[in-house]
Ligand binder design. Structure first.
Ligand code: AVI
Length: 319
C-alpha cells in the first residue's frame, strides 16, 4: 500500500494521524481484531474485571423489570443492540422474551465481523426461531442509517460500559446519535460503570495475569502485521491510570526507550523519546448523579436505574 492511496477513516490513516500527533494516540476501536476479540473474551472472565459479572447479575435478577416498559407498549418491537459482542447478557432477555412469546426482532450491531459471525451461529443454535439481522457497522454509522427501522418501537441496548470508551464530550455526541436512532419514543438501556474504590477500578485494567496488557499491546502487533511495521512490542509498557475526579481510567503504551519505528506500508517512521506514551483507551466511570446529568443534558428522560447488589455497575433505562 502506498501512503498516498490511503482512504480516510481506515486503520492506516488513523495510525498515521495518531502517531504523528502530540501526544501520540491510537483509537481503541482497533483493539478488536480476531486476536483482540479473543483477548477481550478472556478479560471478561478475569476475576478483576468485575464489569461483565456485575452487569450479568443485573440482567439475571432484573430482566422482567428491564423489559416491562417496552412490553407495556403492547406491540411488536425491535431489540437493537449496539456493540453486541458475544450477546451473553442479552441472551437472558432473549430467553425471557421467547418464553413469554413476545413479538420482536433482534438487530445485533458490531464493528467486528468475526464477533457477529460467532454470535449469529450461537443464536441460531440457542434460539432457532428468533428473527436476527446482524449489522456490521460503527455505533454512529448504524444510528444514522437506522437499518432496523420498520416503523416499530425500539429498545436500543448499549451495554457493557461501551459508552465509557468515550470522553464526556464524545459521549454527548453518541447520545445525539442515539436520539437520531431512537425516533419512535424509543427506550434506550445503557450499561455504565460506576465510580467506586479507585483500586478496584485500577485492578480491572491491570490484571495479575497480564491479559489486559496483551490486549493493549495487540494494537502494536496489529500495526506490525497490517502495516508492515518493525515495532518491538516488548519495548512498550502497558500503563493504565485512574483519576477519581474525572472517573477516567486511561490506558497508555509507554515506550521504554528512545526509538524509531518504521511502518513500511505507510513509508513512514515515527520517533519516540524515552518514556513517551501512546494514549490508547479511555474507560470512563460515572456517579449516579453524573448519569442523571448526562440524561438531562443529552435530552433523555430517565425511566429507571438498575444496579447490582454492590452498586458497582448501572444499567439505566431512558426514553
Ligand atoms: C469494551 N470496553 C467497555 C472495555 C472497558 O472496560 O473499557 C474494554 C477494555 N479495555 C481494557 N479492558 C477492557
Amino acid at each position: 500500500m502506498s501512503s498516498k492511496n490511503l482512504d480516510f477513516g481506515t486503520f492506516a490513516q488513523d495510525v498515521m494521524l495518531g502517531l504523528s500527533a502530540s501526544p501520540k494516540s491510537l483509537p481503541s476501536k482497533y483493539f478488536y481484531n480476531s486476536k483482540g476479540d479473543k483477548l477481550f473474551q478472556q478479560i471478561m472472565a478475569l476475576p478483576e474485571y468485575y464489569l461483565t459479572k456485575k452487569e450479568f447479575e443485573i440482567f439475571e435478577t432484573q430482566y422482567e423489570s428491564i423489559l416491562e416498559p417496552v412490553l407495556n407498549l403492547g406491540q411488536s418491537f425491535n431489540l437493537v443492540e449496539l456493540g453486541a459482542g458475544d450477546g451473553l447478557k442479552t441472551k437472558i432477555l432473549l430467553k425471557y422474551l421467547k418464553d413469554i412469546k413476545a413479538d420482536f426482532q433482534y438487530f445485533p450491531i458490531d464493528f467486528s465481523g468475526s464477533v457477529l459471525q460467532e454470535l449469529k451461529e450461537s443464536l441460531h443454535s440457542d434460539f432457532p426461531e428468533l428473527s436476527v439481522t446482524c449489522i456490521e457497522d460503527t455505533y454512529r454509522g448504524s444510528l444514522v442509517k437506522r437499518l432496523w427501522d420498520n416503523g416499530k418501537p425500539n429498545l436500543i441496548l448499549f451495554l457493557g460500559s461501551n459508552l465509557g470508551n468515550f470522553s464526556l464530550k464524545e459521549a454527548y455526541d453518541i447520545l445525539d446519535h442515539l436520539k437520531i436512532g431512537a425516533t419512535h419514543g424509543d427506550f434506550v438501556l445503557i450499561g455504565i460503570d460506576l465510580k467506586k474504590d479507585p483500586q478496584t477500578i485500577l485492578d480491572a485494567y491491570h490484571d495479575s495475569k497480564g491479559i489486559t496488557r496483551d490486549f493493549n499491546l495487540n494494537l502494536l502487533d496489529r500495526i506490525n502485521q497490517e502495516l508492515d511495521g518493525d515495532i518491538d512490542v516488548n519495548s512498550f509498557k502497558h500503563w493504565p491510570c485512574y483519576d477519581p475526579v474525572s472517573g477516567e481510567c486511561r490506558s497508555y503504551l509507554v515506550s521504554l526507550q528512545e526509538q524509531t519505528i518504521n511502518l513500511k506500508a505507510l513509508d513512514q517512521s515515527f520517533h519516540f523519546e524515552a518514556f513517551e506514551p501512546i494514549f490508547t483507551e479511555i474507560s470512563k466511570k460515572y456517579s449516579l448523579s453524573e448519569i442523571d446529568r448526562l440524561a438531562e443534558k443529552g435530552g433523555f428522560v430517565p425511566v429507571q436505574n438498575f444496579t447490582d447488589s454492590e452498586n458497582y455497575f448501572a444499567d439505566v433505562l431512558w426514553r
